[in-house]
Design a protein around this ligand. Structure first.
Ligand code: NZQ
Ligand code: ZN
Length: 396
């Protein structure tokens, strides 16, 4: 296991009816609030009205930034920064999924960044400056943004999507009420859960030796998601299912499973190019890529970990290691498909191979997968993985 710091200071308020605590939380930071939300799901669900009940009782001055897109754009961040400066905002309050929270993190930091935000905040990828306090109300179990210091921002003109990390981007407080996810569509529920699984898988398939604690925790969280995703799809208002998915999303990417391991994430690097070129749903892109990536890197060195994945996660009894590994990948693929996720690029709306080579070049250029991946990947490897995503496959 590698050395690490684990300093994740987000105050989690988990459970039903916790919004009553919002005024007291906001007052710690000040009265002027930037409320950030997406395309209107919080209005449909009634959450918006509940927030305003709290704001009114508390005499908050609320400025709104609405309409944050999935795969949030740098232009929206710029708009938010202007609003913060003009209205002397004390605290940024994203209410939504990962996109709304990520956009808010970039806004909170952007207030302190001089010059061009893309050049001076996103491209450097590591942010060491200050940020306005961030308080989140999570409405979709997926990214873990509610308890980590990462935000992922897109520049659609340049077709680039990049993650930025910084300790000051960590939310101060996050409200995790599973009932706020009852209204998430089956498609987004499945995509979000696939994203949770992907975070666990990216950490699990890692070459750092001696990380049994992290691997056992990852296995427990994977099994939890696999157990409760079908329940949430069947009964969207099943509290136990939503609560377990929500807490799994938070724990999958708050450092608990990833700290102590070195190396870079291969599938996210490949997915971010898909989103940057085609604006597809993050969890769907990952679902398509991961099984093909697994198949591509399966060799005598990686088989033992894949055999463990097959046995521990999917209950595969097969004793021949390579066969067991392949059966595990097949089961994973079938599970995702059974949850209604499109499992090829054409099904996700990407009909041609014209950009695959360029995306492969950029996936390598924008990350360290060619040197730091679980199995290092060069442009040819990535292009071949993308091409395999064009058609249905059997892995066993
Ligand atoms: O915009 P609204 O109307 O709110 O609708 C959203 C959106 O259309 C909807 N939704 C959210 N909560 C809902 C709901 N619909 C009904 N009821 C609710 N309660 O779901 C749609 C998708 O929302 P989005 O926020 O885009 O999803 P997600 O949470 O999956 O976030 C994806 C973004 O996060 C980035 C991804 O790359 C992508 O840009 N990631 C962020 C990470 C991080 N900060 O650590 C790590 C991840 O790996 C990921 O890269
Ligand atoms: Zn992800």
């Amino acid at each position: 296991m590698e050395d690490f710091d684990f300093h994740v200071t987000t105050d989690i308020r988990f459970g039903k009816e916790r919004l009553d605590e919002l005024p007291q939380v906001l007052n710690t930071f000040g009265k002027n609030v930037l409320l950030v939300y997406g395309g209107g799901s919080i209005k449909k669900s009634g959450l918006y009205d509940k927030l305003y009940e709290q704001f009114q009782q508390n005499d908050n001055n609320v400025i709104e930034l609405a309409g944050v897109d999935p795969n949030p754009r740098i232009e929206t961040v710029q708009k938010g920064v202007q609003l913060c400066k003009k209205n002397e905002i004390d605290v940024v309050l994203p209410v939504g999924g990962g996109s709304v929270i990520d956009c808010s993190k970039a806004i909170a930091a952007g207030v302190f960044v001089s010059g061009d935000l893309w050049e001076n905040f996103v491209l450097p990828k590591n942010y060491k400056g200050p940020a306005l306090p961030i308080v989140t109300v999570l409405t979709l179990a997926a990214t873990g943004s509610e308890m980590n210091g990462t935000c992922v921002i897109s520049n659609m003109d340049a077709q680039i999507k990049l993650g930025v990390h910084g300790q000051s981007l960590l939310p101060k407080v996050s409200f995790l009420d599973p009932t706020n996810t009852f209204s998430v569509s089956p498609y987004q529920t499945a995509a979000g859960s696939a994203d949770i699984l992907s975070h666990l898988i990216e950490n699990y398939f890692n070459a750092t030796p001696g990380t049994e604690v992290q691997d056992e925790i990852a296995e427990g969280l994977m099994k939890t998601v696999i157990k409760y995703l079908p329940v949430a799809l069947e009964k969207p208002d099943n509290y136990t299912a939503r609560a377990n998915l929500m807490w799994a999303s938070t724990l999958a990417l708050n450092g608990l499973v990833g700290n102590g391991k070195k190396g870079s994430w291969s599938c996210h690097a490949m997915e971010h190019e898909l989103s940057a070129f085609y604006d597809i749903t993050h969890g769907v892109g990952l679902s398509i890529i991961i099984p093909r990536w697994m198949e591509h890197i399966l060799d005598e060195n990686t088989i033992p970990k894949f055999q463990r994945f097959a046995q521990e996660i999917w209950g595969i009894k097969e004793e021949e290691p390579k066969r067991a590994a392949e059966l595990g990948i097949q089961k994973f693929y079938e599970f995702l498909a059974s949850c209604g996720i499109p499992m090829t690029l054409p099904e996700a709306g990407i009909q041609t191979e014209e950009n695959l080579e360029e995306m492969a070049n950029r996936a390598v250029a924008h990350s360290s997968i060619s040197t730091q991946g679980f199995v290092p990947l060069q442009e040819d490897d990535v292009a071949s993985i993308y091409r395999a995503c064009m058609t249905e496959t059997s892995f066993a």
